[in-house]
Design a binder for this molecule. Sequence first.
Ligand code: NDP
Length: 305
Amino acid sequence: MPDTNAPARIIDGKAFAEGLVGRVTGAVARMKEKIGVVPGLAVVIVGEDPASQVYVRNKGERTLAAGMRSDTHRLPASTTQAELLSLIAELNADDGIHGILVQLPLPAAIDANAVLDAISPDKDVDGFHVVNAGRLAVGLPGLVPCTPLGSIMLLRDALGDLSGLHAVVVGRSNIVGKPMAQLLLAENCTVTVAHSRSRDLPALCRQADILVAAVGRPEMIRGDWVKPGATVIDVGINRVPSADPAKAAEGKTRLVGDVAYAEAAAHAGAITPVPGGVGPMTIACLLANTYAAACRALGHEPERL
Ligand code: NDP
C-alpha cells in the first residue's frame, strides 16, 4: 500500500530516457560489430514551421549520437502530395533505411493520413500506421507510438507489476490516448478512457490508481482529482505565459503539463514533472523503435532494452 502522507516521488523521465538512449547506443554498436549493419532513420519535413525545424534537427542529432544513420529530407511548402508519396515510396524501397518519420503537421493541401498510411508499417517508427494500431490492439508485435511507449516504460519502472490497477487515461487521440489505453490493458490494468464528453471527470479521475493526462489543456487536472497515493503521468506539453507578470509582459513563457503539478504532487504517490517527465522519453523511444525496426528487417530479435 502506498504511504499517502509521504511527498510524491518525482518520476525522472530525463534520467530514464538517458539510460534508455545509452542502452540503444550499446545495442546499435553490437549490431554493427556483429553483422555490419547500421540502423537508418529518414525524417521528412515539409515547409518552414519553426518548431518543426527544431524538432527535426534535434531528432537528426540524437540519431547520429546513438550511432545510427540519419537522413533528413527538407521539402518546400509547395511540395505536392504526389511528390511526397513518391519520396515515401523511395524510402520504403531503400534497404539502408529502417525507420521513416514524417514530421507533422503537414501543409493543409496534403492529406496527412494518406501520407502516414503510405509508409511501410515495418518502417513506421512513429507507430501511427493503421496496421501498427491494429497490431497493438490484438497484441501482435509491431511498432508502438513513442509517447505512450515511453509512458508505459516509466510506469513499469515506477510500479513494477501493473496488474489489476485501475488506470484512467484522459484523452483518446490516436497518437497518445488510445495506444496508451491499449498498452495499459496489455499490462492487465482495468482501463477507463475519458474524453471531452465524459461526465464528472473529477470523480472518474479520483478512482485512478494510475492517472494519465493527455488532454492538451494547461493544468486542467487539479490536485483534488488525484486519489491519495496514485501515480500520475502527465503527457501534456503546453507553453503558457511566465508566472512572473513582469516577465510575461516581456513575452517570456514556461512549459506546463495538463496536470496542476504542485497541487497534484501533494496527493500523488509518484508524478512525472513537465518538463523532464514524459517529454524526453519520446525521442528515446523513437531511437529504440528505429533499432527494433532494423533488427526485425534483418530477421533478428531486438535486444531487450
Ligand atoms: P489531441 O488534441 O489530439 O487530443 C486531446 C484529447 O483530450 C481528446 O481526446 C479530447 O477529447 C480530450 N479533451 C480535450 N478537452 C477535454 C476536456 N475538457 N475534458 C476531457 N477531455 C478533453 O491531443 P494529443 O493526444 O495529441 O496530445 C495531448 C497532450 O499531449 C498535448 O498537451 C500535447 O502537447 C502532448 N503531447 C506530448 C508529447 C510528448 O512528447 N510528451 C507527444 C504528443 C503529445 P475528444 O476526443 O472528445 O475531443
